[in-house]
Design a binder for this molecule. Structure first.
Ligand code: NAI
Ligand code: MG
Length: 368
């Protein structure tokens, strides 16, 4: 029969997952309404948005690489005031009008608008880095080195800047389309056709069968890492259809029930909306996994104990740096088998889906 997605109501444990969503605490509710309404106004009013750029805060990028600074023993994202952003443009030999290339991200509780600006027009990246005392880092590295909040804002900024770079021309007329002041849409000058920034919906699912869960790896993954099943939604599908199809396609297992758990924006390789679920394997269909080897290198059942010990082992650093790879050439060269089984690092949906299952023993039975 049809699957019924349900919002899982795990007390307490779901609160930790909210770390990934960055919703404002309740006490700021009235302020929150003012915040979102201001953002909406800036999206609709070009003159007001350009004016807001003079007093905004900026995250800088260079050819989509986010600017980060050393902080304590790690790194942090840096919000520059408009005057600083203008100084950087000046160092890069660019006129102040370039500030208007920025895209609107959000605004702070004290109603300061925040933007992302790509300094790609400044050819000398090194000069900018020297002037700023920091560096432009590849997103794949920055995402895992920063706090969750910083990683989220950088991935949002990069996603929006990338979208503009990839959608410069109208799909209707082929002419250069025009962005609005906030960067929240592009309009075709001939036809008036409007395009909005897009995310691709992706389902990601931890399939469980009693006391074991199904994990898989691709050949581009670093050695030893097994993750959850994931796949892009086909056009016209809902979440349950996509989960059911992806699991059947990739590992030949059918699932009988499904809990939607949470969602996350994922910047790699471009913008995805990860819809994270737990699903229960259909009884009698769990013994033979048939792996689609065009997509996966291996898939197998892991016991709760195996997964538990994977969480308690430190992740090898070389494995971590190879995690978010996009092509086999980029992936780590260590031979498989050298590294014991480990799960994807924090800030990944896969990590939280697996952790949640470990911490809530009855999870797999919730909607049976
Ligand atoms: N944050 C996390 O924990 C994880 C995130 N992911 C992400 O989920 C996404 C989907 O996972 P896959 O197994 O690669 O998907 P998948 O199983 O759908 O296979 C990828 C193939 O789908 C096709 N495809 C259909 N629509 C597409 C679209 N809009 N963009 C790109 N390809 C599309 C392409 O032929 C592509 O080769 C990836 O972007 C991956 O980075 C995957 C696992 C864990
Ligand atoms: Mg897949």
């Amino acid at each position: 029969g049809p699957l019924t997605p349900r919002r899982a109501a795990f007390d307490g444990s779901l609160r930790r997952l909210r770390l990934l969503a960055w919703t404002e605490p309740r006490r700021h509710l009235a302020g929150y309404v003012r915040q979102v309404r201001l953002v909406q106004e800036l999206k609709e009013n070009d003159a007001k948005c350009r004016q807001a750029m003079d007093s905004g805060l900026y995250l800088l990028f260079h050819r989509l690489a986010p600017f980060v600074q050393r902080h304590n023993s790690g790194y942090r994202a840096t919000w520059l005031p408009a005057a600083e952003a203008l100084r950087v443009l000046d160092v890069g030999g660019q006129p102040p009008e370039r500030l208007h290339d920025a895209v609107l991200l959000d605004c702070t509780p004290d109603l300061t608008p925040r933007f992302a600006l790509d300094t790609a027009s400044c050819a000398n990246k090194g000069a900018l880095e020297a002037a700023l005392d920091g560096s432009f880092m590849k997103m794949r590295s920055a995402f895992f080195l920063l706090s969750g909040k910083d990683a989220h804002m950088l991935s949002k900024g990069q996603a929006l800047l990338r979208w503009h770079g990839d959608h410069r021309f109208s799909g209707r007329s082929g002419r250069l389309s025009l962005r609005d002041a906030s960067g929240s849409k592009r309009t075709c000058p001939d036809t008036g056709h409007v395009q909005y920034p897009q995310m691709a919906p992706v389902v990601i699912v931890l399939v469980v069968d009693g006391d074991r869960c199904l994990l898989a790896r691709k050949d581009i993954h670093p050695p030893g890492m097994y993750s959850t099943i994931a796949g892009f939604c086909d056009i016209g599908e809902n979440v349950d259809m996509a989960v059911r199809r992806e699991v059947a396609e990739e590992v030949g297992v059918t699932v009988s029930s499904l809990n939607f758990v949470f969602s996350q924006h994922w910047p790699f390789p471009s913008s995805s909306m990860m819809l994270a679920c737990h699903a229960v394997a259909e009884e009698g269909h769990t013994e033979q996994i048939s792996v689609d080897t065009t997509e996966l290198e291996d898939a197998r059942w892991f016991s709760r104990d195996e997964v538990h010990s994977a969480f308690s082992r430190p992740v090898p650093p070389e494995a971590l740096s190879g995690w978010a790879v996009s092509s086999p050439e980029e992936s780590s060269q260590a031979a498989p088998g050298d590294v014991p089984f480990w799960v994807p690092p924090k800030w990944t949906v896969a990590h939280w889906l697996i952790r949640e299952w470990i911490q809530v023993p009855k999870l797999g039975l919730m909607s049976r």
